[in-house]
Design a protein around this ligand. Sequence first.
Ligand SMILES: *Cc1c(COP(=O)(O)O)cnc(C)c1O
Length: 471
Amino acid sequence: MTFEDFRAQAHRFSDWMTDYLETVETRPVRSQVRPGDLLKQLPAHAPSGGEPMDAIFADFETLIMPGITHWQHPSFFAYFNANSSPPSVLAEMLTATLGAQCMLWETSPAANELETRMMEWLREMSGLPDTFTGTIQDSGSASNLCALIAGRERVTQRRAAHGGLAGESAPVVYASAEAHSSVEKAARICGIGSDHVRKMTPGPDFAMRPEELAAAIRADRAAGLAPSCVVACLGATGLGSVDPIRAIGEICQQEEVFLHIDAAWAGTAMILPEERHWMDGIELADSYVFNPHKWMFTNFDCSAFYMRNPAELVDALAISPAYLESPDGEQMPEYRDWSVALARRFRALKLWFVIRSYGADGLRAMVRQHIDMAKTLETRIAATPDFEIMAPRRFALTAFRYNPGGMDEAALDALNMRLVRAINDSGRLYLTRTTAHGRVVLRMVTGQIYTEPRHVEAGWLAIQEIARGLG
Ligand SMILES: *Cc1c(COP(=O)(O)O)cnc(C)c1O
């Protein structure tokens, strides 16, 4: 492709991008294709000659687009949102064009220094302690892994990174049963193992009970194990529950256990002063993660990971072969040593574009509106006799179920599973389910960048209509 062709196609693509965003609302939210539909249509072998971009793009529209679930659709209420935004997309275009690997200060000094400053901006915007230093990880899963590694290093007095865990008392991790699956995955990856993840049974509000945590730590210590890390949720994935951070933090201080806070989704709400009561005790934490790539209008990947003492992680990960020496960068943090991958995308650029474009107050207004929409939805559901709220609303997440009366719990579970499927097959809105105290519930997250109150209202009317039509 010549640069002149590139210019022409880039203009055409940017028109397509704008048209897509302007009309995304007219598409079915969740893709309606069946398993294997695309594979059947794709050639089994790579072309040996090059093809014109017009042909490739035509196939993109006819083959690929039907198999896309529209995460930027205003009626996307599933999972947690993965918000993009126009300024973020523009930055990603530049990042892709530069194609820079930002592993060392020297390999793009601006990427290194912008990342440092963006992490300071986010820290201040979110009211986090200024003793926290951060870096941008590719995912919340990677951030959780880094936290578990740091906790493992602390409890083994930095021996595990070099000597492995053989001969050490087994490290143990504690988290609510509501915690994200990436915590257990991280334990598997860093040699702790699933069997050494204690999943605490949450209380009635789905939050961890500190007394159960304290007892579990004492019991493990008495059994010769080595409690290494507690992961507290600030907005757990299923129901958005928040663990009592101060009470947990005090136990961790007493027991000298590393405390990590997983706020992957709800951390964005901490830019709102009125929501910060949820992170009371944050100064007791050793690390903290939140994903601007979920709720803060910044394309995946962008996970903000903070540590009180980064050396606890960096000492475990830093290896300096001759081919990576870069003396000029020595006074700067070399972020390659803060994460699993060596090569790093220029992720700070999109944050810079997003924060400057909306301003901190603009971002606050958008997040506040999402939470207000959830409050309205919660009120509407609570006032509807054949529906019930199944967990306290947290931030922009509301959990509920359809209960027309006269059915036992197993039948209600089956009914609500059918309801979710029917809703998503309709293409009108998209939501997902989870369980609350073992019962099937629908979860609706009103945090998509383009969602307005009218979309939530239309979604709620569609849910009732589909539910009552199930028969
Ligand atoms: C989404 C989520 C994660 C995982 O984040 P990824 O960036 O998808 O790896 C971890 N913890 C919580 C609470 C989450 O909601």
